[in-house]
Design a protein around this ligand. Structure first.
Ligand code: UD1
Length: 418
């Protein structure tokens, strides 16, 4: 097992190139199933969740392997339509494979993803949308048995703009006869990236990035080469690292247009943030000031995935900051760990109130989830003394070696085995 040892106090200075987006590559790996051909994915991050997706593809009889940061996938020889339970448990978002397998094979069987570290993870919107397209789904006994002799395009109005449901239905709709119109769709940049990949492979999808996505199904798809979008949450992590520790960093390839909810708060708190075509520069010199309340919301609102990380950056700011978490029920598990480091945080239901403190102190802490772990690293960079951060396998789900990125930026952070 490994842990991170982080000694706070170094100002961050330097440049890091932003990895490909975890939340783009996972649905795109599911989408490779629809192509029935050979796909080359560039800027593909090496993440535990990507490795889990590769194992799912291999369990289905597909081929997948690395060439540098290029992932090559060939789904021509796909022979199965059941995802093994152990792989479903490894990654809750594996439900995204359902729409793709169903569209390609006419049947799919996988275990229900259940709850995860962020609380219950219902998939009712995924299932009702797939049923609307003509799938028969038996979800009794913890296993989803799905069959669809034929899928037919139609209009589907999502009750909530769920990212995963929008993606799952886009994938299934590619295999449906006729036109599917998804209304109240999620608008995240990763949905546009999925559209970009599928269209590169011959699909006809428009509207991703807006709340209405139109899929003209039934077109034959083929393989292709595609470059994954830079990861806006990884970029937010390094921005918040600079806001926490001070200094000046350049995040190559980061796109400010995808991060404006985060950069607006950082500017309000006192950071200089400049976005350009090459990336984003963030500079922090004086003490930060608490910004106005931050409420998580579907894109383009403030991302729930950046809530913990921004909180960590604001722990030593002047005044009180209020957070309201509106997407997941159980997303303040980093709070108790931050309090161990000297933070002053009170939570009640959806709300957390942070009173700025003068100092943070290194402590023994444990990553409660992927972004909560990143938040602890961000806080540790500005804490006095050494922090020992365990359970970092959860962070490896979404960061391609977070310690390497922070080391490039001058942070004192190393991974040790124990
Ligand atoms: C995706 C992201 C995750 C991010 C989240 C919200 C991936 C792989 N993961 O997760 O990093 O935190 O978006 O931006 O892209 N819901 C239902 N019924 C459903 C589906 C969702 O009630 O059928 C609820 C969820 O419980 C949650 C909310 O909708 O409260 C948002 O979930 P959703 O947008 O689906 O998130 P994911 O796709 O799981």
């Amino acid at each position: 097992m490994s842990r991170l040892l982080i000694r706070g106090g170094n100002r961050l200075q330097g440049e890091v190139t932003i990895q490909g987006a975890k939340n783009s590559v996972l649905p795109i790996l599911a989408a490779t199933i629809l192509t029935g051909g050979s796909v080359e994915l560039r800027r593909c991050p090496r993440l535990r969740d990507v490795e889990a997706s590769i194992r799912i593809l291999q369990a289905l009889g597909c081929k997948a392997g690395w060439r540098g940061d290029v992932l090559e996938v060939d789904t021509a020889g796909m022979s199965g339509c059941d995802v093994p339970d152990a792989l479903m448990r490894e990654m809750r978002s594996s439900v995204i494979f359902l729409g793709a397998i169903l569209a390609r094979c006419g049947e799919a069987s996988l275990t229900s993803p259940g709850g995860c570290e962020l609380g219950p993870r219902p998939i009712d919107l995924h299932l009702s949308g797939l049923r609307a397209l003509g799938a028969e789904i038996d979800d009794t006994g913890g296993t989803l048995h799905c069959k669809a002799a034929k899928l037919t395009g139609r209009e589907i109005v999502l009750g909530f703009p769920s990212v995963g449901a929008t993606e799952n239905l886009m994938l299934a709709a590619c295999g449906a006869e006729g036109v599917t119109v998804l209304s109240n769709a999620a608008r995240e940049p990763e949905i546009e990236d999925l559209q970009g990949f599928l269209n590169t492979c011959g699909a006809e999808i428009t509207g991703a990035g807006t709340s209405t996505v139109v899929i003209r199904g039934g077109r034959p798809l083929h393989g292709g080469t595609y470059t994954i979008l830079p990861d806006r949450i990884a970029a937010a992590t390094y921005l918040c690292g600079a806001a926490s520790a001070g200094g000046e960093v350049f995040l190559r390839d980061a796109r400010e247009e995808h991060l404006s909810a985060v950069t607006a708060v950082l500017r309000e708190a006192g950071c200089d943030v400049t976005g350009g075509s090459a990336g984003i520069v963030c500079r922090r010199t004086g003490r930060l000031t608490a910004p106005r309340p931050i409420r998580t919301a579907p894109y383009p609102g403030f991302p729930t995935d950046a809530q913990a990380i921004l909180m960590a950056a604001l722990l030593r700011s002047r005044g009180a900051t209020v957070f309201e978490e509106n997407i997941f029920e159980n997303r303040y598990r980093h709070v108790d760990e931050l309090v161990r480091m000297g933070a002053d945080i009170k939570t009640e239901g959806k709300v957390a109130v942070i009173e700025g403190v003068k100092e943070l102190y290194g402590a023994k802490v444990r990553a409660p989830d992927l972004r909560g772990g990143a938040a602890l690293a961000v806080a540790a960079l500005s804490a006095e003394g050494e922090t020992s951060l365990t359970n970092i396998k959860l962070m490896d789900r979404g960061y391609d070696c977070i310690e390497n990125a922070f080391t490039l930026l001058g942070g004192n952070i190393k991974r040790v085995n124990y």
